[in-house]
Design a protein around this ligand. Structure first.
Ligand SMILES: *Cc1c(COP(=O)(O)O)cnc(C)c1O
Length: 420
């Protein structure tokens, strides 16, 4: 569609938006002048659904009234509580229900997955990650290499962009695998890179890696709730994500984990275990031998924090109402609109380092601003923009289809214009 730069056009897009009512289901932080902030930071921390407080209070009441009996008699019994999150989660990440589970936090899950899926043997000892991988991912894979007696200096390799590019190309990955494919045990990629916003071709990468006998894992922290991951069809062996970014479940809330169904019944995979991963029919017989549950649930360790899961349930409820496909459709339109406004603004100073094709990105745009420093970011913050600054000169903004509107995009560019 053709976009226009005037304010009325933004208002018109909002009027035509069939999902616009969901904005009212969220608390939008206020700027100091009392107006809504221009919140474009859902890639870092999603906003709070208004119903989260009610959901939490109901659970607190059940705990107050029932004590331990809440495990079975709460309105949503705590014993199988994670199961209430399974179906919508599976829909959002494109998996079968038994392939997903909500448990622990992201980096913990990444380690648990590497215990099972990083098995260095003989010459095959290396892990490949993307250049500009999230620091926690880098630390986690490096420590796994060391744990197995390897040296990250030689065993941790990165898939870098070419000097003229911001994002790595598939052709370069093909070259790396051609040369070192039989030395790599695991490829672990951020499905949507946190810095550039690039969405990788998950199926193509997994197919290529599998043709060399390499295991594949995706960190979907910036993918879950943002793009259509289709994890099952991608063929990835495992994936992990958090629920406090696009999933709006609150600071530090629990993580998600995907294990492809081809591993669902493999009790021989090495894994770290705990009682919550044991066959639930016999869990309380407290027998000595561990018998894993089928699929991703078999990696659970502990009985989970219900109060964190409540917030996930409150948020998933909104995803289910809106429909993930509808959200993605709006997201593409809104990000394209934002990109259009930025290009009209100042093509010389602002370059968007995020890929320009919607199939290669989610809602986030990363802007490199020529001759800018943090003072620019501080100035737009003072005018009500909540975004994210990365040294040396990158502003990351993410219009989120559940609660952002087209006017937010327009207001952001208007503020940026006045400060450039
Ligand atoms: C946000 C994020 C994390 C954070 O990990 P936690 O264990 O939840 O603190 C890790 N990896 C990536 C790629 C992220 O974007």
């Amino acid at each position: 569609m053709t976009y226009k730069t005037d304010h009325n056009f933004a208002l018109q897009l909002d009027q035509e938006d069939s999902l616009s009512r969901f904005r009212e289901s969220f608390h939008i932080p206020k700027h100091k002048d009392g107006t809504d902030s221009i919140y474009l930071c859902g890639n870092s921390l999603g906003l709070q659904p208004r119903q989260t407080k009610d959901f939490l209070n109901k659970e607190l009441e059940d705990w107050a009234n029932l004590g331990v009996e809440g495990h079975f008699h709460a309105k949503h019994p705590w014993m199988p509580y994670h199961e209430f999150l399974t179906e919508t989660t599976a829909q959002i990440v494109g998996a079968k229900p038994h392939e997903v589970v909500i448990m622990n936090t992201l980096t913990t899950n990444l380690h648990l997955m590497m215990v099972s899926f990083y098995q260095p043997k003989g010459n095959r000892t290396k892990i490949l990650i993307e250049g500009d991988a999230f620091p926690s991912d880098r630390y986690a894979v490096a420590s796994q290499i060391k744990f197995h007696g390897g040296d990250p200096e030689t065993d941790l390799i990165t898939w870098q962009p070419r000097p003229s590019d911001h994002t790595p190309s598939f052709e370069d990955l093909e070259v790396i695998l051609k040369n070192q494919g039989d030395e790599i045990a695991l490829v672990m990629i951020g499905a949507v890179n946190y810095y550039t916003g690039q969405l990788f071709e998950l199926k193509k990468i997994a197919d290529l890696c599998h043709s060399y006998g390499i295991m594949v894992g995706y960190d979907c922290a910036h993918g879950a709730g943002n793009v259509d991951l289709q994890l099952h069809d991608s063929g990835a062996d495992f994936a992990v994500w958090c629920t406090y970014k696009y999933m709006n479940a609150g600071p530090g809330s629990l993580g998600g984990c995907f294990v492809h169904e081809r591993h669902a019944d493999n009790a021989d995979l090495p894994r770290f275990t705990g009682w919550w991963g044991h066959n639930k029919d016999t869990r309380f017989k407290m027998r000595d031998d561990f018998e894993p549950m089928r699929g991703a649930e078999g990696w659970q360790l502990s009985n989970p924090p219900i109060l964190s899961m409540v917030a996930i349930r409150a948020s998933l409820d909104l995803f289910a109402q809106a429909g993930f496909e509808n959200l993605r459709e709006k997201s593409i339109k809104m990000t394209n609109y934002l990109e259009f406004l930025l290009q009209e603004l100042d093509g010389d100073r602002i370059s968007i380092i995020t890929p320009s094709d919607s199939k290669d990105r989610g809602c986030q745009l990363s802007l490199a601003v020529k001759n800018a420093d943090r003072s620019l970011f501080d100035a737009i913050t003072a005018k009500g923009v909540i975004a994210d600054w990365r040294e040396p000169d990158v502003i990351r903004i993410a219009p989120v289809p559940l609660y952002n509107n087209f006017e937010d995009c327009w207001r952001f560019v208007d503020v940026l214009k006045s400060e450039l």
